[in-house]
Design a protein around this ligand. Structure first.
Ligand code: GAL
Length: 640
């Protein structure tokens, strides 16, 4: 039995920000509100170790005791996202370097380089010291490693340490320099290397660096973050057995493979800021306006489904409770949304939802960020909604068997960053469009990395799968269900070359066609298509194919945009929402999969035996199965 087997609410708390005499009262108030979890410690290094080797454990011990005494369970954060000034001054090589080769400076956070050997030693030291001190405490039920790997674009560092480690990584991958030259096409532009020692990092080149070189650097950088996290996880497992290991991922961070890191931890939690991300995410102005105070209806759900796929369990470590401080514009959530986001997280299987933060900070970078309490300690608007959410905590099993899987690939995102070949091509936006169209048809969705077993699904979609590994191919071949592949699938070998048989490469064994050439378009260019008695459009990209198959849909000029061979379909362009929904509906009919079309603002998700509905729109919406129209920012349990 783990603390995470039962849905819980929690909060992020910084005892070091407040006078000690306030802690007991804060803890009592948390419990009164219906919270049972508290996360602390993740940025407290300079308070724990103010001078080299001089630890100040007493305050943290008293904080742990006070919170525990009130009945709260504690998630303790390792403080490694914020190495203190004395450590940086002693070892400036800890600092990461940006793409222009400039050292990051002390004065915010995440200023370390994953490849710094010194930082790994210092990390091991502080994590061991903390785990030895608190690892057996009854109230400490879990650890959070570091904080948001990748925040502020910090996975990739162009430092001397990274360069040395990259060379070792390359040697391990290729074994011989001839193999690297062949994989990267070293013969092009005189890029042949004579030894691994000659390979630099792929920055500061005159024009674009070799895409194979950059791809390997991105893979290496992801692996560095993974091994750094594993260093912490191994220590925590050794010194604090039977505690869950958690990391808090973020929305729209793609610089490392979260599926791979998820395998090294127990709970993949994430930090859900629906309004911040509406403002900076891949949304159009219409959606930004419509969902200004609600967040996009698919944003949080997508990340719940993504992170559920990463580890044994998922959760929300930081839930937005009011305006944040870091987006371009920072509106307040519409009344009801904090509660809705919380309920939706549980509907998607979250083990817990923890609000960020208890009380608004009076000082420093985040003084404009709301908490559950105002800076003066009075309740802020999110507070009562947290209470409502506590009163509505779900029970019972969270397990849901989704009939649809969507394949998401971090390497695909890296490739398209490196070689977009069209400024309007946005992999994540395309993924969200496919995900949203499936949800508009009422489906519960699992997200899967390439290569995961797919045999339990009736419909599998891959919005774009440029690399097709042997494992990915085997899983698709064994899927035995409707499969829909998007443009640019199978278009690259693992080392970023054009496949000998042309795209879609290995996927030609599922659908017999060949991409002879591709075009990309500005966002204003749309191609009209007739499909399923509708006039729809597609754009952004067009793969031209050679095949004996008759297209199921074509542009006015006769270019096929949808091909099908039995249960496998392939789209060669980026369809609009109506087109996508029509393609998915047709595939669902073939798969005998029932579709429930939902209005624009409403989404549903089943948790155990209950289907929940969420209204993200500004108007009440009547839907089948709901006794009454669902009010704006309202939720309903559907009869079915
Ligand atoms: C998260 C971060 C927190 C806090 C929060 C503010 O990205 O983990 O420490 O900065 O954002 O919204």
């Amino acid at each position: 039995m783990s603390f995470s087997d039962q849905p819980r609410l929690g909060v992020c708390y910084y005892p070091e920000h407040w006078p000690e005499k306030q802690w007991a009262e804060d803890a009592r108030a948390m419990v009164d509100l219906g919270l049972s979890l508290v996360r602390i410690g993740e940025f407290a290094w300079s308070e724990i170790e103010p001078d080299p080797g001089r630890y100040e454990w007493d305050w943290l011990t008293r904080a742990v005791e006070t919170l525990s005494h009130a009945g709260l369970k504690i998630i303790l954060g390792t403080p490694t996202a914020t190495p203190p000034k004395w450590l940086i001054d002693a070892y400036p090589d800890i600092l990461a370097r940006d793409r222009d080769g400039r050292a990051r400076r002390f004065g915010s956070r995440r200023h370390y380089c994953f490849s710094s050997e010194r930082y790994r030693l210092e990390t091991a030291r502080i994590v061991e010291a903390m785990a030895a001190r608190f690892g057996a405490h009854d109230a400490v039920v879990a650890w959070q490693t570091d904080n948001e790997y990748g925040c502020h674009e910090t996975i990739r560092s162009w430092s001397a340490g990274a360069e040395a480690a990259f060379r070792v990584w390359l040697e391990d991958r290729y074994q011989s320099i001839e193999a690297l030259n062949a994989a990267w096409g070293g013969v092009f532009w005189s890029q042949r290397y004579r030894s691994f020692r000659e390979v630099d990092l792929p920055n500061l080149t005159v024009t674009e660096p070799n895409p194979s070189h950059v791809m390997d650097f991105y893979r290496f950088s992801s692996d560095q973050a993974l091994s750094y996290n594993r260093l912490q996880a191994d220590i925590l497992r050794r010194l604090s057995p039977d505690r869950e290991i958690i990391h808090n991922f973020m929305g729209f961070f793609h610089e490392f493979d979260h599926f791979a890191m998820g395998a090294d931890i127990d709970i993949a939690s994430w930090d859900s800021y629906p309004l911040g991300f509406l403002d900076i995410g891949p949304y159009d102005d219409d959606d930004r306006q419509r969902y200004l105070r609600n967040g996009h209806p698919d944003f949080a759900a997508f990340h719940h489904d993504l992170y559920r796929a990463c580890s044994r369990a998922s959760a929300v470590m930081e839930q937005q409770p009011g305006p944040v401080n870091w987006a371009r514009h920072n509106p307040a959530p519409a009344p009801g949304m904090v509660r809705l986001w919380t309920e939706e997280a549980f509907a998607h299987g979250a083990a817990f939802v923890s609000y960020f933060r208890w009380r608004q900070a009076p000082f420093a970078q985040e003084q404009m960020h709301a908490g559950l309490l105002r800076r003066d300690g009075a309740p802020a608007p999110g507070y009562e909604e947290a209470r409502d959410a506590a009163d509505a905590l779900p029970g019972g099993a969270a397990k849901t068997n989704a009939p649809v899987a969507l394949i998401f690939d971090y390497e695909a995102q890296w490739l398209f960053e490196i070689q977009p070949q069209g400024a309007a091509w946005d992999y994540v936006k395309i993924v969200l469009e496919w995900y949203g169209a499936l949800r508009r048809l009422g489906f519960d969705i699992d997200i899967a990395p390439p290569g995961r077993k797919l045999s339990e699904y009736k419909l599998v979609v891959a919005p774009s799968l440029p690399f097709v590994s042997e494992a990915a191919m085997a899983a698709l071949a064994a899927a035995d269900c409707e499969i829909i592949l998007g443009p640019r699938s199978g278009s690259k070998t693992a080392s970023v070359q054009v496949p000998q048989t042309l795209a879609p490469g290995a996927l030609q064994s599922l659908i017999d066609l060949k991409v002879t050439h591709s075009e990309s378009f500005p966002p204003t260019h749309r191609e009209s298509v007739d499909f399923a008695n509708q006039q729809v459009t597609c754009g952004v990209w067009l793969d031209h194919v050679e095949t004996k198959l008759t297209p199921e849909a074509a542009t006015r000029d006769g270019a096929g945009v949808l091909f099908r061979s039995g249960s496998v379909s392939l789209l060669t362009s980026v369809p609009d929402q109506d087109f996508l929904m029509a393609v998915f509906e047709a595939a669902s009919a073939r798969a005998a999969l029932e579709v429930t079309k939902l209005p624009r603002d409403v989404r549903t998700r089943r948790r155990g035996s209950v289907r929940h509905a969420f209204n993200y729109g500004p108007e009440p919406v009547a839907i089948d199965g709901a006794a009454h129209p669902i009010p704006p920012a309202g939720t309903a349990r559907l009869e079915s």
